[in-house]
Structures are given as structure tokens and as C-alpha cells.
Design a protein around this ligand. Structure first.
Ligand SMILES: NC(=O)c1ccc[n+]([C@@H]2O[C@H](COP(=O)([O-])OP(=O)(O)OC[C@H]3O[C@@H](n4cnc5c(N)ncnc54)[C@H](OP(=O)(O)O)[C@@H]3O)[C@@H](O)[C@H]2O)c1
Length: 327
């Protein structure tokens, strides 16, 4: 039986373990310093250190600890030849990223970034509509991701979580890198960015809680990206304008609509009723396991994770310098 190691048993680590239990018959090993793991021990081997976990000779690894620890952890696992599912964002800096990349290439490991929005049925639909040029040549896109940080983990003090802390790789830009990732997926390479970001709300954090950014893609598309930590209820949206029409989706309705300029009317292309957020997490895990089995490149490998991280870091730098920054 193949073995999978999950590093980090916080909110997302727990979700991955539960999903693995429901979709696979893999042997699960968990690396965590938590003490409340009695229930978990019924389904998995649990150790406090990576060294102990690696003695079990796992075949694959899921890196689900705090953002600032992803790359160091991934390097240790890659050195042991584990295929890797890496939670987003890849890191909070480029430190050792190339080192990880070199090991991955040398050992021909399968990698996947945990950007589950690529598995959201509406975002997938938008991707196919863009590819089919349903609204002609795309000119611009407005993307929003709005959430309220204290609602992320209501069971803990939000000030202590990674998302609120600079030292652990927090901030809205890195934490909600999902939107940067799918904009890159839809519109490809980014040439340069400008941004204004900072702490604007009353939240008690030392990271940016708001970022308003412009991304200029190499194909001349302009992306307007709004990200915030202070809005309730949660809201995500994507509006794409082209020479022949418009595409619109938002998380409230979970419908993808298209406006046809010639016919002068909106048409519903897709409607997802009762969308369960866990669906996209399950789909992305299934994709990773399938790609590992077939030794096939995933939809979002380490190389794409590096590009997305570079875009996010350029946004942070542009805001700090108040200048346009090339990616
Ligand atoms: N793809 C997504 O949609 C998604 C969603 C959420 C998070 N993430 C990413 O995944 C990473 C982890 O996020 P998270 O939300 O899982 O963070 P989290 O819940 O704060 O967990 C992070 C770490 O904190 C420790 N921890 C959490 N609760 C604990 C408790 N009650 N007692 C002791 N230790 C505890 C765990 O350490 P141990 O390592 O010792 O177990 C865990 O690995 C971040 O990089 C984040 O960006 C991705």
C-alpha cells in the first residue's frame, strides 16, 4: 500500500486527511506537534518530527504547515524522493525556491500547488470560455476576493494565526493568492504590476489587509485585482470584458453569465446550486493522486507555483516602492 505524509494538522491539514480517508486507501502518516490527536491515531500514524515520519518511507507528501515553512519542509521531503502536494502560497519569499526546483527536476517528482479554485466548476467554465474566445479578444478583467480574517478560524484568536502574521508569511496578498493564480491560469504571463496595499482596517495585524492592484499581462490584458481581509460576508467575483461581450461570475450566485453585444442580452452559461466548498479540495486531491499514478504533470505544478509567487511578491514590492514592478 502506498503511503502519504501530511505535514501540518491545522485547518487545511485536517481537511486533507479527511478527504484522503474518503477517496483513497493510502496509508496516512501525519506530522504534527498538536496533542489532541487521539481520534486521528485511529486512522493514521502520528509523529511529532519529520525525521520520525520519513522513517516510514512515505511515497507522497502534503505540505500543509504555516506558509513560511513550506519550502524548507518541501526540500526535506523532495530529498527523500516524495511527490509533493504543496499548499498555497509556495512561500513568502524566493529563498531556497530554486534549490527546491532543482531537486524536483533532478528526481523527476510530481508536484501540485494547492490552488483549489482551479477546480471550482465556475472558474473551470470561465477558463474554457476564455480559451474558446467566447467574448472575442479580452481587454480587461476585474477580480475580487473579500473575506473577514476573524472568520477564517473562528475557534482561535485571529491575531495568532499565520494569515495575520508577517513572520509566518501572512497578509492578504499571499493568503488569497488563489485569485492571482487563476488570473495567471486564464491570461498567462504577467509583464508588470502596480499596487497600493497596507493595513487600513481596524484589525489587529502587522500585515496588509487590503491590496488594490493592476496587473498588465504580456498579451496586453489588464487585470484589476481587489483583495481584502475586512469584508463580510465573504465575496469573490470575476468580470471579464472582451471585444464581443462580457463574462461574469460571483460566489453569491455561483452562475457564469455571458453578455452578447450583438444580441444585447445576458445568457446563463452555468449555474451551480448548493455549492459545497469541499468539492474543489476533493477534486484537486484526486487529480494529484491520478497524476502521481500516471507519472504525469499536474494542472498546477511547482513551476507555476513559482510564477504565481513571483507575481504576488512583485505586487508587494510595487506597493512598497509605489512604482511599477516587472515580474
Ligand atoms: N488551499 C486552501 O484553500 C488553503 C486553505 C487554508 C490554508 N491553506 C494554506 O495552508 C497552510 C496552513 O493553513 P491552515 O489554515 O491550516 O493554518 P492553521 O490552522 O493555523 O495551522 C497551521 C499550523 O498551526 C498548528 N496548529 C493549528 N491549530 C493548532 C492547535 N489547535 N494546536 C496546536 N497547533 C495547532 C499546526 O501545527 P502542526 O504543524 O504542528 O500540526 C498547523 O500545521 C497555509 O500556508 C495556508 O495558506 C490553504
Amino acid at each position: 500500500m502506498k503511503k502519504i505524509l501530511v505535514v501540518g494538522y491545522g485547518s487545511i491539514g485536517k481537511r486533507h486527511v479527511e478527504n484522503l480517508l474518503s477517496i483513497s486507501n493510502l496509508e496516512i502518516i501525519v506530522c504534527t506537534k498538536r496533542n489532541d490527536v487521539k481520534k486521528l491515531k485511529k486512522h493514521a500514524k502520528v509523529y511529532r518530527t519529520l525525521k520520525q515520519c520519513l522513517k516510514e518511507k512515505p511515497d507522497m507528501g502534503i505540505v500543509a504547515n504555516e506558509t513560511s515553512l513550506h519550502v524548507t519542509t518541501a526540500i526535506k521531503l523532495a530529498n527523500e524522493g516524495l511527490d509533493l502536494f504543496l499548499e498555497k502560497p509556495l512561500s513568502n519569499s524566493l529563498k531556497d525556491v530554486e534549490k527546491l526546483h532543482t531537486i524536483i527536476k533532478k528526481k523527476k517528482l510530481i508536484t501540485q500547488m494547492g490552488c483549489n479554485l482551479r477546480f471550482h466548476p465556475c472558474i473551470k467554465k470561465i477558463k474554457s470560455m476564455v480559451e474558446q474566445q467566447k467574448i472575442g479578444k479580452i481587454i480587461s478583467a476585474q477580480v475580487q476576493t473579500c473575506s473577514y480574517l476573524p472568520d477564517y478560524h473562528p475557534w482561535e484568536n485571529y491575531r495568532r494565526g499565520y494569515a495575520a502574521r508577517k513572520d509566518l508569511g501572512g497578509g492578504i496578498i499571499l493568503t488569497q493568492i488563489h485569485e492571482i493564480d487563476y488570473m495567471y491560469w486564464l491570461f498567462q504571463e504577467v509583464e508588470n504590476v502596480i499596487s497600493m496595499s497596507g493595513k487600513f482596517s481596524d484589525l489587529d495585524v502587522d500585515v496588509e489587509d487590503y491590496a488594490a492592484s493592476l496587473l498588465k499581462f504580456r498579451n496586453k490584458i489588464i487585470g484589476e485585482l481587489h483583495m481584502d481581509y475586512f469584508q463580510r460576508p465573504n465575496f469573490k467575483s470575476c468580470q471579464i470584458r472582451g471585444t464581443k461581450g462580457e463574462i461574469y461570475w460571483d460566489s453569491d450566485n455561483n452562475c457564469v453569465n455571458i453578455y452578447n453585444m450583438n444580441k444585447k442580452r445576458w445568457k446563463r452559461e452555468m449555474e451551480v446550486k448548493n455549492y459545497q466548498i469541499n468539492f474543489s479540495y476533493v477534486e484537486q486531491l484526486k487529480h494529484f493522486l491520478q497524476c502521481v499514478k500516471q507519472r504525469k504533470k499536474t494542472i498546477n505544478d511547482l513551476e507555476q507555483g513559482i510564477v504565481t509567487l513571483k507575481i504576488a511578491l512583485a505586487i508587494k514590492k510595487a506597493s512598497k516602492l509605489m512604482k511599477t514592478v516587472n515580474v
